[in-house]
Write a protein of this length. Structure first.
Length: 252
């Protein structure tokens, strides 16, 4: 796939002597929503953390080739800060900084482009909060402590915090696991609205969520990428029997 924004070839990872990823090969297309599914401990979160160099520990060894948005992620000279600017991460539980709503949105701008004029900063705050459907709720409370927002609001703010630095990829590691059904619906609608503008790679244990929002799905098992296909194909006509067993609830 020549237009892949993420190209992964034979990626393996060890935690000490434990092999957590086993020769994963995957291409991700620009603008798509790709869900990683599989039982707990299958390597989904480990893979997504590799994409952003968040597994950099002395006891971790990585082999294979990985390119993300033009970065040679497994290369020795990568600028990890620049990578994380262009490929932002959203975690399971909302983790706004202990700052105001405004300062959360502008955190990346002040880190990467500290001379940005105030008028431009104000525009970025509004456009980012509008993109995640928060502006109308908080436009008169921008100096409010971000941690006083609802769980849904905090998760939306965490996504808004990534947007001013114009990332090309968004990693989301179970972004709805802490939310109630209304919050899940709101964040899923946000993901749909961002389709095409950002590439989104999502770890989810919610099979119905994967079916609702994904263009394609990847099924992983014991560190191996078992199968990748369109969401409709993978859920209705999986090629691998292991995928079928998982989708049918026969294990995992």
């Amino acid at each position: 796939m020549t237009d892949a924004i993420i190209r992964c070839r034979g990626l393996s990872l060890w935690y000490g002597t434990f092999r957590a990823l086993d020769r994963v090969t995957l291409d991700v297309r620009p603008g798509e929503i790709l869900s990683l599914i599989g039982p707990s401990g299958c390597g989904k979160s480990t893979l997504i953390r590799c994409f952003n160099r968040m597994n950099d520990y002395p006891y971790v060894r990585v082999e294979g080739d990985l390119h993300v948005a033009g970065y040679d992620v497994t290369g020795g000279n990568i600028d990890a800060l620049a990578l994380r600017r262009d490929a932002g991460m959203v975690f399971q539980r909302p983790n706004p900084l202990p700052l105001s709503i405004r300062d959360n949105v502008l955190f990346g701008v002040r880190l990467h482009a500290p001379r940005t004029p105030k008028s431009v900063q104000d525009g970025l705050v509004e456009s980012s909060l509008r993109a995640v459907s928060l502006w109308d709720h908080v436009k008169d409370q921008l100096d409010r402590d971000a941690e006083t927002l609802s769980l849904e609001g905090r998760q939306k703010l965490c996504i808004a915090r990534l947007l001013p630095v114009k990332p090309t990829v968004l990693w989301m590691d179970e972004p709805c696991s802490a939310l109630d059904p209304d919050g899940i619906g709101a964040v899923e609608e946000l993901m749909r609205s961002l389709r095409g503008t950002f590439t989104q790679v999502i770890v989810t244990n919610n099979m119905q969520q994967a079916r609702r929002i994904s263009d394609r799905c990847v099924f992983m098992l014991m560190g191996e990428l078992v199968e990748v296909g369109t969401t409709a194909q993978l859920f209705t006509k999986p090629v691998d029997e292991r995928t079928a067993r998982y989708i049918e609830g026969r294990y995992g």
